[in-house]
Design a protein around this ligand. Structure first.
Ligand SMILES: [Mn+2]
Length: 525
């Protein structure tokens, strides 16, 4: 990890700690309204009528069941918090460059996700770019945020795609600049076609001494004539700076993650029960049904979608770590490994459970290995607190896992004292035991796993065991160990790091043998 990255994380922590009082400089009108940039296209009666319609996402007015205050953009996330996130980003980039020895003006451009198509005219379900959503709260496709920093002044602008009768007919009306300023709390908002005029004004104001921060400049280039020649070619990505902010969740974000975790956890309860009921009726259970049930339960309880293609792998298929076909029959004597989570107002949950398809642990090998993994996972969660790193958690897991396998007689005696637990563990659990979680499942990926945890972070704890008697496992397995061949188990919870330890967000998801068997009890005749 470079010293710049360390400094970033320190800035991120400072900014998020004082989020509610983050220094937001008053926005003087260094970019005065100018001709053409007044949203005049929106001033026709038809467009005015359309702009009164929904913003295309739930608001206090349209969905009072989700919100308690008109200033909330997502439940518990107020307009002011979004503004403060943008202000922190501006503040950090200007600090970084000052430290590098020269003071310049900054232009930060964050585009929304474009619409993507799976085939001719058929769109994929739309998912907003997490960084754009984090800084704006908006689900508008093809919009972009432009943050200008000149000296100590900041100006937050949102650009929205132009109204177009044809696309409005197919996709519905778009958010107007006026509605965007009012709802999202930007200083100003314009149509994308007005971007070049805006840039001319900014270039003049700054004598073109500008450092550009932009991850994907294609959207900007669409609206800016190439002859404009602004410094987009040498733009630096703001990703690491935004990650340093997103790493530490605010109380409002933690509440959304708690809700996301609860919806997913309860979906697992219902899914376990469905399996038991289908089994009792003598019906064959297909992995596809488990997927469908989880998806249904999450959506019906308010989640936007599953957070990723789930893994529903029964029997030996659980050894395929990213198995996503989910189309095979579950044998009633097997266990099924399910890795699924949902997205709630942009915040993800990520859970894995492994349970007996029929609802009860009837196979001693399954049960003994499950109990060992459960102990490994719950003991590991106890280690989560400020100061420890994800890599250190992996080291501890390695020791627990090898000791557990040795106690069960699966690996040769003395393995846990051989001094190479990590190397042995990697042969049985080839993935890491944790990642950061937030608006993305693998959140804030630019932050290394060697960083000490701090209050406000959310991480997963997910030890797994995959017994394949593969060539790299054979050297360590005993004769007993070979009987376990084909079994795979992973248990994963989402854990919020608090000032004095941790809090498990996914606690409602059945995990103990007793809870799993309770939810695996038949409820219908
Ligand atoms: Mn995970």
């Amino acid at each position: 990890m470079s010293s710049t990255s360390r400094r970033l994380l320190r800035y991120g922590r400072q900014m998020t700690k004082h989020r509610s009082i983050a220094p937001v400089m008053s926005c003087s009108s260094f970019l005065l309204p100018y001709n053409g940039c007044n949203g005049s296209l929106w001033n026709t009666p038809q467009v005015r009528m359309k702009s009164m319609l929904s913003l295309g996402q739930p608001t206090f007015k349209s969905h009072p069941e989700f919100f308690s205050h008109p200033e909330e953009i997502m439940p518990g996330i107020y307009k002011e918090e979004l503004r403060s996130r943008r202000a922190s980003l501006c503040h950090i980039v200007s600090q970084l460059v000052v430290k590098r020895g020269s003071e310049v003006n900054h232009l930060i451009v964050i585009p929304a996700s474009p619409k993507k198509y799976m085939s001719e005219n058929i769109p994929f379900p739309y998912r907003q770019n997490s960084n754009f959503l984090y800084l704006s709260g908006s689900y508008d496709p093809e919009a972009f945020i432009v943050l200008c920093v000149t000296g100590k002044e900041q100006l937050h602008t949102l650009f929205l795609s132009d109204p177009d009768p044809m696309s409005d007919l197919w996709d519905g009306p778009k958010t107007s600049p006026t509605a965007a300023v009012e709802h999202y709390g930007f200083d100003q908002a314009f149509l994308a076609s007005e971007f070049e005029t805006f840039m001319n004004s900014f270039a003049q104001k700054t004598n073109r001494k500008v450092k550009v921060w932009c991850e994907d400049r294609s959207i900007v280039e669409r609206y800016l004539d190439p002859s404009f020649g602004f410094e987009f070619k040498n733009a630096e990505s703001p990703k690491a700076v935004i990650d340093s902010l997103r790493l530490i969740k605010s109380p409002g974000e933690i509440e959304l993650m708690r809700r996301s975790a609860r919806i997913a956890g309860e979906a697992f309860q219902q899914t376990m029960q469905l399996c038991a009921n289908l089994h009792a009726k003598g019906e064959t259970i297909n992995e596809h049904q488990i997927w469908a049930k989880l998806d249904y339960e999450c959506r019906i309880h308010g989640a936007e979608r599953l957070a990723y293609p789930p893994v529903v792998a029964s029997g030996e298929r659980a050894n395929i770590i990213h198995y996503v076909f989910n189309n095979n029959k579950c044998h009633p004597e097997d266990m099924v490994l399910v890795d699924a989570g949902c997205e709630y107002f942009g915040y993800c949950s990520d859970i894995t459970r492994t349970w007996p398809v029929c609802g009860k642990f009837q196979n001693d090998l399954h049960k003994s290995l499950y109990e060992m993994m459960l102990k490994t996972q719950t003991d590991l969660i106890k280690k989560v607190e400020p100061g420890i790193s994800l890599d250190q958690l992996f080291g501890i897991m390695s020791e627990y896992l090898v000791k557990g396998l040795e106690d069960l007689g699966i690996v040769k005696e003395g393995s846990s004292k051989s001094g190479n637990c990590q190397e042995i563990a990697l042969r049985f659990c080839p993935h890491h035991v944790s990642h950061y979680l937030g608006m993305d499942v693998h959140d804030t990926a630019s932050v290394g796993r060697g960083e000490p945890l701090g209050a406000g972070m959310v991480v997963t704890v997910e030890p797994g065991i995959y017994l394949r008697a593969s060539s790299n496992q054979k050297d360590f397995l005993t004769r007993v160990g070979k009987e376990f061949n084909g079994i795979a188990i992973r248990i994963e919870d989402d854990v919020h790091v608090t000032e004095d330890g941790h809090c498990v967000l996914t606690h409602c998801c059945p995990k103990s043998v007793q809870d799993i068997e309770n939810w695996g009890t038949v409820t219908q005749s």
